[in-house]
Design a protein around this ligand. Structure first.
Ligand SMILES: [Zn+2]
Length: 126
């Protein structure tokens, strides 16, 4: 059984999650814009303008505008929602025991119900 996330680790876990989400969004934006620009450049080099932008490239080939624009748009949306997504993905544990949800009323230490040790010194120890 994986160890549950302790409340003091939530911020660090969220920071890593936010970093991953933003890295993915940057990749999507950069690669999407690259695909669109590659297609536009192809049209300029071929000197046939719009025909090159809309031409069917054949089975298995990639169409830069059809694939690149939605990819870049998805990257922008992911970047805008990344902070909310990281908070949604890494939820704050309930105030009770992180393993069994027994209400601990903010008392750190060993859970009296399941014995889970949250790593913090209990109220009575020094
Ligand atoms: Zn417990």
């Amino acid at each position: 059984m994986p160890k549950p996330i302790r409340s003091q680790n939530v911020l660090a876990t969220r920071a890593v999650t936010l970093w991953v989400l933003r890295a993915v969004s940057i990749f999507l934006m950069v690669y999407g814009v690259f695909l669109v620009l590659a297609r536009i450049t192809h049209g300029l080099i071929q000197r046939d303008g719009w025909v090159s932008m809309t031409a069917y490239m054949g089975v298995g080939s990639d169409h830069g505008i059809v694939r690149g624009f939605p990819m870049a748009l998805a990257g922008v949306v992911l970047a805008l929602l990344s902070r909310k997504l990281s908070r949604w993905i890494v939820a704050v544990p309930e105030s009770g025991c992180v393993r069994c949800s027994y209400p601990r009323l903010g008392k750190p230490g060993i859970c009296p119900e399941c014995g889970y040790d949250d790593g913090e010194p209990s109220a009575g120890s020094d």
